[in-house]
Design a protein around this ligand. Structure first.
Ligand SMILES: *Cc1c(COP(=O)(O)O)cnc(C)c1O
Length: 396
């Protein structure tokens, strides 16, 4: 079957929810992806920050194969050893004490939104349930999480949304302070906004937010669905700001490819969830939990974070070189291996040309080219990607 034949079949019966590129993905290895016609691509999108260990990392493949032959799924009515070990690993390496497992980023944020409501109702009464989030944030695609998201484009056509969300400019602590009313129970932020255009929290911002939350008895939720699990060079992004939240949500790269989400919380807050408060059929099932355990251990033990920092510095320096040479590049920003290059022109055409030339990147917020290579990327692969990009930029 050729790529075009697959595309025609897909166009007939698969939901039209994505503007898909004409690439039919059939195989991956490390930083490379192959299409149905055998063409090879350098993958600097990594499944949108999911394949942090590269495609088909041997330890991920082995964990999946071994666990699949042993036990794939059982109910959360029973204790699951790999889920227990994964919870231990996440708590030992973060501020957290307790973990709820689900299957996606949106679900992790739904869990967080339920938990902050329940905690607030128990401690402060039932009319204190509103949440402050940031403009240009992204928290998922369910009704609840599009309500939380500070971007109108994800909400169009879906009214009525969940009431009680207030949006403030990201990075402006004073605006946050002013938005607080007696009805607010929590603040939810991405330490680095991903979909919003790779915006890093300015120095001191998260610390100021933490202080404001403490003064007003508000819970602080960090959505690390995109930038957690090593992407910024530390296991979790918040660790570089030295500011711990009360709740953190994870998904994307947690298992290095297979779907799993998690909500990590302090004991004090997690207390509010008891039997029956929340649940998920698949959440943390043996197959996903075992794979996530392998992914997180690999992340911590195999020098992946160090490589992320080193390659992040290198890729950033290469992008900065382009900025010095091309006047339509406004800014290069990011942390670790989530890097954005903001242009003065739309980026979509560059993304299409890169794909044609064998490099996968994407564009967020219309003018920001986003680079999310696997954290195991090599300097040679970065050079190869930058040669392709340079060839495109030269013609603009
Ligand atoms: C991708 C993403 C989500 C949603 O995750 P899904 O697994 O697609 O539901 C939520 N928050 C952030 C910051 C994300 O990048």
């Amino acid at each position: 079957m050729t790529s075009q034949e697959w595309i025609d079949r897909g166009n007939a019966h698969v939901a039209k929810t994505y503007g898909r590129f004409p690439l039919v993905a059939t195989r991956g290895e490390g930083s490379r992806l192959w299409d149905a016609d055998g063409k090879c691509y350098l993958d600097f999108l990594a499944g949108i920050a999911v394949n942090n260990l590269g495609h088909c990392h041997p330890k991920i493949v082995a964990a999946l194969q071994q666990q699949a032959a042993q036990l794939i799924h059982c109910s959360n009515y029973f204790h699951i050893p790999s889920q227990i070990e994964l919870a231990e690993l996440l708590c030992e390496n973060s501020f957290g004490d307790r973990v709820f497992f689900c299957n996606s980023g949106a679900e992790a944020n739904e869990a967080a939104m339920k938990l902050v409501r329940k905690y607030s109702a128990e401690h402060f009464g039932s009319d204190r349930f509103e949440v402050i989030t940031a403009l240009s944030s992204f928290h998922g695609r369910t009704i609840g999480t599009i309500s939380a998201t500070g971007q109108d484009k994800v909400k169009a056509g879906f009214n009525p949304l969940l009431p009680g969300f207030h949006y403030v400019p990201f990075g402006d602590a004073e605006a946050l302070r002013k938005a607080i009313t007696p009805r607010i129970c929590a603040v939810m932020l991405e330490p680095v906004q991903g979909e919003g255009g790779v915006r890093v929290a300015p120095p001191g911002y998260l610390a100021a937010v933490r202080e404001i939350c403490d003064e007003n008895n508000l819970l602080l939720v960090f959505d690390e669905v995109q930038v957690g699990c090593g992407r910024t060079g530390s296991l979790f992004a918040y660790q570089q700001d030295g500011v711990a939240p009360d709740i953190m949500t994870l998904a994307k790269a947690l298992a290095g490819g297979p779907p799993i989400g998690a909500m990590v919380a302090t004991e004090k807050v997690a207390e509010s969830f008891g039997p029956g408060s929340h649940g998920s059929t698949f959440g943390g099932n043996p197959l996903m939990a075992t794979t996530a355990l392998a992914a997180m251990r690999t992340m911590l033990e195999d020098g992946v974070l160090d490589n992320c920092v080193a390659m992040g510095d290198y890729l950033r320096s290469r992008l900065e070189e382009f900025k010095d040479r091309y006047p339509f590049i406004k800014e290069v920003r990011g942390r670790g291996l989530i890097l954005g290059m903001e242009l003065t022109i739309p980026g979509a055409d560059i993304v299409t040309q890169a794909l044609e030339r064998g490099l996968l990147i994407n564009c967020t917020a219309n003018t920001v080219l986003r680079f999310l290579p696997p954290l195991v990327v090599t300097p040679e692969e970065i050079d190869e990607a930058m040669a392709i990009l340079d060839g495109i930029l030269q013609n603009i």
